[in-house]
Design a protein around this ligand. Structure first.
Ligand code: NAP
Length: 295
C-alpha cells in the first residue's frame, strides 16, 4: 500500500480518490473548493490539505484530475503547486484530458528533478469512475508506468502504456475523434427513424445486433429518444477536447473534417443552452432545426 495524494475532486476525481482509499492506500486529498475536500474526508476518511504543495509533500504518488492544461499547470508548477514539494523518486500521475504538449512539458520538468510523470487520461465517464472500471491510456517512461499501474488499478478495468510522454493524451484524442462521429451518426439515425414513422426503440433493438452497434447506441439511445441530457459528459468538455485534437492535427497534418463539423454542431448545442448537457444532445439540435424546416 502506498502514500498517495489526489488533487481535484470533481465528477471524476471524487470517486477515483475514494477507490484508492478503499483499496487500502493512505490518501490525502486537495480540492480548490475546500468544502468538497471536507465532504470527501467525511465520506471516506483520509485527510485533506489546503494546497497542492502541502498535499504532495512526503507522498510516493500524486494523482491529479483537473479540467484543462491551465488547471494542470496551476496545480503542478503554479504557486503552491505540487511540484514544489514532490519528492525525488515520487511519481505524478495525471488523469486530466489535456494536450500532449503540457504532458511533455511537465514530464521534462519532473524528470529534470528526478521525479516521474505519467500522462494518463481516462475513458468511461462518471459511471466508469464510480464503478472503478475506467480505461486508462498512458504516456511516459516504462519504469514510471510500471510503478503507477498498480495504483491506477484501483479504478481501472484496463490500462496500457502507449509510448513516451504525451502518448496517453494522443490516444485519448483518437478516442474523442471516434466518439464525435459516432454520436452524430446515432443522432441522425434516431432522428430519421422518428421521421420515417418507425418505432425507434424497435429499430435499435434490431440494428444493435448488427454492424451499427456501439457503446453510444447501447447506453444513450433511450435518453436521446426521451430528450434527457442532464447527465454524463458535458458538451463544453467535448469542445475543449476537440480543440486539443484540432491543435494537434494542425501540427501532425491529420485531416479531421467530420470532427470539425461535429464541433460546429456542438457550438450550436451550446447556443441552445446545452453547454452542460451530455454529448448525446446532438439529437436536440437536429430536432430543433428540422422543426423549423418541416415540409
Ligand atoms: N466527466 C466525464 O465524464 C469525463 C470523462 C473522461 C474524462 N474527463 C476529463 O476529466 C477531467 C475532469 O473532469 P470532471 O468531469 O471531473 O470535471 P469537474 O467535475 O469540473 O472537476 C474539475 C476538478 O478540477 C478542479 N480544478 C479546476 N481548475 C482548477 C485549478 N485551476 N486549480 C485547482 N483545481 C482546479 C476543480 O476544483 P473545484 O471543485 O474547486 O471547481 C474540480 O475538482 C477533465 O479533463 C475531463 O475532460 C471527464
Amino acid at each position: 500500500m502506498a502514500k498517495v495524494a489526489f488533487l481535484g475532486l470533481g465528477v471524476m476525481g471524487y470517486p477515483m480518490a475514494g477507490h484508492l482509499l478503499k483499496k487500502g492506500h493512505e490518501v490525502t486529498v486537495y480540492n480548490r473548493t475546500a468544502a468538497k475536500a471536507a465532504k470527501w474526508v467525511a465520506e471516506f476518511g483520509g485527510s485533506s490539505k489546503a494546497t497542492p504543495r502541502e498535499a504532495a509533500a512526503g507522498q510516493a504518488f500524486v494523482v491529479a484530475c483537473v479540467g484543462n492544461d491551465e488547471d494542470l499547470r496551476a496545480v503542478t508548477i503554479g504557486p503552491r503547486g505540487a511540484f514544489e514539494s514532490l519528492e525525488a523518486g515520487a511519481i505524478f500521475i495525471d488523469h486530466t484530458t489535456a494536450s500532449a504538449i503540457v504532458a511533455r512539458e511537465l514530464h521534462a520538468v519532473a524528470k529534470a528533478a528526478g521525479k516521474g510523470f505519467v500522462d494518463a487520461p481516462v475513458s468511461g465517464g462518471q459511471a466508469g469512475a464510480e464503478s472503478g472500471a475506467l480505461t486508462i491510456m498512458c504516456g511516459g517512461d516504462a519504469d514510471d508506468y510500471a510503478r503507477a499501474e498498480p495504483i491506477v488499478a484501483a479504478y481501472a478495468k484496463a490500462s496500457r502504456l502507449m509510448g513516451p510522454a504525451g502518448s496517453g493524451q494522443l490516444t485519448k484524442m483518437v478516442n474523442q475523434i471516434c466518439i464525435s462521429g459516432l454520436v452524430q451518426a446515432l443522432a441522425e439515425g434516431l432522428h430519421f427513424a422518428k421521421r420515417a414513422g418507425l418505432d425507434p426503440d424497435a429499430v435499435i433493438e434490431v440494428i444493435s445486433k448488427g454492424a451499427a452497434q456501439s457503446w453510444q447506441m447501447e447506453n444513450r439511445h433511450k435518453t436521446m429518444l426521451a430528450g434527457e441530457f442532464d447527465f454524463g459528459f458535458a458538451v463544453n468538455w467535448m469542445r475543449k477536447d476537440l480543440a486539443i485534437c484540432f491543435d494537434e492535427a494542425r501540427r501532425n497534418g491529420a485531416s479531421l473534417p467530420a470532427a470539425a463539423l461535429v464541433d460546429q454542431f456542438y457550438a450550436e448545442v451550446q447556443a441552445l443552452g446545452g453547454g452542460r448537457w451530455d454529448t448525446s444532445s446532438l439529437i436536440a439540435r437536429l430536432e430543433a432545426f428540422s422543426a423549423l424546416q418541416k415540409p
